[in-house]
Design a protein around this ligand. Structure first.
Ligand code: SAM
Length: 448
């Protein structure tokens, strides 16, 4: 495919992502598959799309002095400029003159000569005069927000919660790539055998310390391997694996996963139970329950009974005190997975945090009566925010005196995590910068 066409496809994608918030990764994957883009272009395209979204606010700051009437700018022209500036400032792969030439060609093809000359003028002026220096921004929260392309309200909120240094490191970590992380299906293959097979294919690998089923991939594409295609391994972040490790479900137990799609943790739990026992898995919509059944089938796991259902109404389906283990991996803002889904940071607002915290507490309150005495419940989210994490758990415990944080939880965490900065009396907050995982919160609650 010609460079020109790849770049024009990127403009289309950026436009759709801007309009259709929250689905960048799904859209990109779908688009690349449906357009039969060759692997060489696929990698570059993915890099430019993700990078442009990831750096959007920084790029807009760079562009500001060169665009006098930003309001009149058509959206596709804005995307074209963003994509070009991203490449000029953050990628070394293509020389500036080639980037500008392609941008001008796209502008001519999609618009007219006038737009082409505008695009040419903006990019050439920027090349000549240089971009504004962020070091001149006096307020440190504002500077950090612009340099790392996060909304200011969020950076300020994180500074209030976790301090400036933690926030700075988290914002920078959100711009980096993390190693791919996979989980072996232990009923089909051992970690050693899987690692041997992948290493023979040229993969660079490490064992995860979070789960004895986890492998980190520093080099290699797992999607194109026999092990992935035949369900010997599945893709999952280490932090998610830790959730199931800490749930500690045993063969023969009865387990509830109240919010289980797309099925990462529930399939891991079935593996831990050696496919013996029963797992009732729910998610809101029938389509999502189907997704879980599909994933379970791919991994040859038969003890998962996946159905649509609202976690807040499960008392209609199940007797009180009927589960040994319950997982509430709650819907959340997702601020812990910004690296993989960068548009999340622009589309969530403070109101979303408050709304979700209410839902999280509501789910916990309705699901907890289903836990047997001496049973364990894990509450987890893939976000970094006290209101959705620590405070939801604290509120739940304050209102339900027969539940408390399991004192064994902390001892059973992997040794390297026990003293990590996010460990508190209420649970564990993983930050993306500490172990290069997603940002995640988890705690284990015991019924007494
Ligand atoms: C963080 S995801 C769960 C991820 C899943 N545990 C995994 O490991 O693959 C949260 C899920 O909760 C579901 N959800 C949201 N509200 C719900 C509710 N009231 N009852 C059940 N599921 C709900 C969402 O559809 C979403 O799939």
């Amino acid at each position: 495919m010609q460079n020109f066409l790849v770049r024009e496809t990127i403009v289309d994608l950026l436009l759709r992502i801007e309009q259709d918030s929250g689905f960048s990764h799904l859209l990109i994957d779908h688009e690349i598959k449906s357009r039969n883009i060759p692997p060489k272009d696929e990698a570059l395209m993915t890099e430019i799309v993700y990078g442009t979204i990831q750096r959007k606010l920084t790029v807009d700051y760079y562009l500001k002095p060169f665009i006098h009437s930003a309001k009149k700018l058509q959206q596709w022209v804005r995307m074209l400029l963003r994509m070009s500036v991203y490449q000029m400032k953050f990628l070394d792969k293509v020389p500036d003159h080639a980037i500008i030439h392609e941008a001008v060609e796209i502008a001519k093809h999609r618009g007219h000569k006038g737009i082409a000359s505008f695009v040419n003028g903006v990019l050439r002026s920027m090349q000549r005069r240089g971009v504004p220096d962020t070091a001149e921004i006096e307020d440190e929260a504002e500077r950090l927000a612009i340099e790392t392309s996060h909304p200011q309200w969020l950076v300020k909120r994180w500074i209030d919660m976790y301090g400036y240094e933690m926030t700075r490191d988290m914002c920078h970590a959100n711009l980096e790539r993390k190693p791919a992380s996979i989980r072996i299906q232990p009923l089909k293959i051992t970690r050693e055998t899987a690692m041997d097979e992948l290493q023979e294919l040229g993969f660079e690998l490490r064992k995860s310390h979070f789960s004895n089923q986890g492998i980190l991939i520093d080099q290699g594409n797992i999607l194109r391997t026999r092990l992935f295609e035949q369900g010997y391994v599945t893709i999952q972040d280490q932090s998610s694996m830790l959730v199931t490790e800490m749930l500690n479900a045993k063969p023969g137990m009865t387990v509830l996963d109240a919010c289980s799609a797309p099925g990462g943790k529930v399939t891991h739990t079935a593996e831990k139970m050696q496919n013996e026992g029963l797992i009732a898995a729910y998610d809101l919509h029938a389509k999502k329950a189907k997704q879980i059944r599909k994933k379970a089938a791919e991994l040859d796991l038969t003890i998962i009974d996946a159905k649509p259902g609202d976690a807040r109404k499960l008392q209609e389906q199940h007797e009180k005190e009927s589960f040994d283990r319950i997982l509430v991996d709650a819907p959340c803002t997702g601020f812990g997975v910004i690296r993989g889904k960068p548009d999340i940071k622009y589309h969530k607002e403070k109101e979303d945090i408050d709304r979700l915290a209410r839902i999280q507490l509501d789910i916990l309150e309705h699901v907890a009566p289903l836990l047997k005495k001496d049973g364990r419940l894990i509450y987890s989210t893939c976000t970094v925010d006290r209101a959705e994490n620590n405070e939801v758990a604290e509120n739940f415990l304050a209102r339900n005196p027969d539940f408390h944080v399991d004192p064994d939880f902390f001892e059973q965490l992997p040794a390297m995590i026990q003293d990590s900065p996010g460990c508190s009396e209420i649970g564990l907050q993983l930050f993306p910068q500490t172990f290069s995982t997603d940002g995640f919160f988890l705690t284990r609650i015991k019924r007494v």
